[in-house]
Design a protein around this ligand. Structure first.
Ligand code: KIV
Ligand code: ZN
Length: 527
């Protein structure tokens, strides 16, 4: 496998795309994913063509360790990276977690700004320099590919930053990352800082310089590009720009800026841009973090032309108002695929064509749901099938499974939900009143499986395709004692989709609780 360093040596304009969706993105509130979801995202990122997947922070929890380890086993093309502070236990955890990867990297960091050193680390500059040397040296025992980051670099004094960078490279760092941790920099300033390092650090040619920009002032992408224009050859970014606070630089924006303005930004990368939309949508579905409609590249309106003048121009020549094509980001019109009379064989062959292999039970359930949907909805699009199948796949082997729902709603109360589910295979039904149908459904689920400490954090509905007969895709986020989970549900009936989404979130919460209890018991049993 070609290393990042070799890629840049071969092509000096090659920009390494380092994706941190599963680390910086995942650690932001409400974006947490379970192992299955992280594996699914890692698979998509690998197919998208990112060079490095930062899979997590292994020391943070046994769950983080496991997911980095499993991703390291699964990923075929990208380098798998684990994050660590400048601490021995962190570096050891990162080193063993990434061990199975075909190409592996440890990313170790320490703060270098006066503010962070004094108040957060309570360390003086000399001790920080020592820690830089020791951490990189230790990390090199696990892999030749070691990245070192100067946390809060954009508020670090130039002289000290140069000293730290030189020390890290001397200790064996192959990538030097200059984070704008608090999203404080402006493009010209950030670009000059990168140029300053190239001018002043004597061994700078032995490492790739990297950007990692947060979006607190909405400048993350602009700062990253300024970094590249001044010699950086790695960009750290996330899908949909998720990440701490206002997020990180959005991968899709950087890649499409380079592609669309290659006259001004003559750089290359390994991304298959036609996979951007699918990756973005999957992340939104998993996390429940939808993107704003006017978000560049992946927002619902990014390629929509509403005004009469624009539509007229588009009909005459698409280039009048379109600087990139929807196809270039994989945004094809959702194809009309099936109708009411399609049979089992046609349904099965369509699923195979779309890359789904379902077990017999899941296939039977999916086919029954497809027939019910086709009764309500004249035209079934590819996106409808994706929503339905994804919904079926996440439901296999669940603790609680949805069976049926009858609702009484409207102005004349009381609104009631008559809900039947199975719990570990046993059928249970309740009839519950609520303040509106959604409240009644959620109360019914709580009556069957009480979970008094859990709080509803988010309830979100969106339509899979257009039209009033569109399927609804619902996201429910629950929190319990600091744990967050997202559940999804899809159905032509918004209330059924809501019940499915809540049950999905609850199943995940129970699984997380059980895993944590098992971990506590294991710890208690260890002498
Ligand atoms: O923003 C930041 O400084 C980080 C580091 C850990 C690289 O995420
Ligand atoms: Zn960050």
């Amino acid at each position: 496998m070609t290393s990042a360093f070799e890629k840049v040596q071969k092509d000096p304009n090659r920009v390494i795309i380092f994706d941190t969706t599963l680390r910086d993105g995942e650690q932001s509130p409400g974006c947490s994913m379970n192992l299955e979801e992280k594996l699914k995202m890692a698979q998509l990122l690998d197919e998208l063509g990112v060079d490095v997947i930062e899979a997590g922070f292994p020391i943070a929890s046994p769950g983080d360790y496991e997911s980095v380890h499993e991703i390291a086993k699964m990923v075929k093309n990208a380098t798998v990276c684990g994050l660590s502070r400048a601490k021995q236990a962190d570096i050891e955890a990162a080193g063993t977690a990434i061990a199975p990867a075909a190409s592996k990297r440890i990313h170790t960091f320490i703060s270098t700004s006066p503010l962070h050193m004094k108040h957060k680390l309570k360390m003086g500059p000399n001790s920080v320099i020592e820690a830089v040397h020791e951490s990189v040296t230790l990390a090199r025992n696990y892999t030749d590919d070691v990245e070192w980051s100067a946390e809060d670099a954009s508020r670090t004094e130039d002289d000290f930053l140069c000293q730290c960078v030189e020390t890290a490279i001397n200790a064996g760092a192959t990538v030097i990352n200059i984070p704008d941790t608090v999203g404080y920099a402006i493009p010209d300033e950030y670009g000059r800082r990168i140029a300053m390092l190239f001018e002043r650090v004597p061994n700078i040619d032995k490492a790739i310089i990297s950007t990692h920009c947060h979006n607190d002032l909405g400048l993350a992408v602009a700062n990253s590009i300024a970094g590249v224009q001044n010699g950086a050859r790695q960009v750290e970014c996330t899908i949909n720009g998720i990440g701490e606070r206002a997020g990180n630089a959005a991968l899709e924006e950087i890649v499409m800026a380079i592609r669309t303005r290659n006259d001004m930004l003559p750089y290359t990368n390994g991304i298959d841009t036609t996979k951007i939309t699918k990756t973005s949508k999957t992340l939104s579905t998993i996390t429940g973090f939808g993107v704003q409609p006017n978000k560049a590249i992946v927002g619902a309106n990014a390629f929509a032309h509403a005004s009469g003048i624009h539509q007229d121009g588009m009909l005459k020549n698409t280039q009048t108002y379109e600087i990139m094509t929807p196809e270039s980001v994989g945004l094809a019109e959702s194809k009309l695929v099936m109708a009411k009379h399609s049979g089992r064989a046609a349904f099965k062959s369509k699923l195979t064509e779309m890359g789904y292999e379902l077990g017999e039970n899941a296939f039977q359930d999916a086919f029954t749901r497809f027939k019910k949907l086709a009764d309500k909805k004249k035209e079934i699009f590819e996106d409808d099938l994706i929503a339905l199948i994804e919904d079926e796949v996440i439901r296999e082997n669940e603790h609680m499974r949805f069976l049926s729902l009858q609702i009484v709603a409207g102005t004349e109360g009381p609104q009631t939900a008559d809900l039947c589910v199975t719990v570990e295979g046993e059928k249970k039904c309740v009839k519950v009143e609520g303040n509106g149908p959604v409240d009644a459904i959620f109360k019914a689920i709580r009556e069957i499986e009480p979970h008094p400490d859990a709080k509803l954090q988010l309830y979100q509905v969106h339509a899979v395709t257009g039209g009033t007969d569109a399927q609804a895709e619902v996201t429910v986020r629950l929190s319990e004692n600091g744990k967050f989970v997202n559940g999804q549900g899809a159905d032509a009936d918004t209330l059924v989709a809501s019940a499915r989404a809540y049950i999905h979130a609850l199943n995940k919460l129970i699984r997380k609780r059980n895993m944590q209890n098992a971990q506590h018991m294991k710890e208690a049993a260890t002498p």
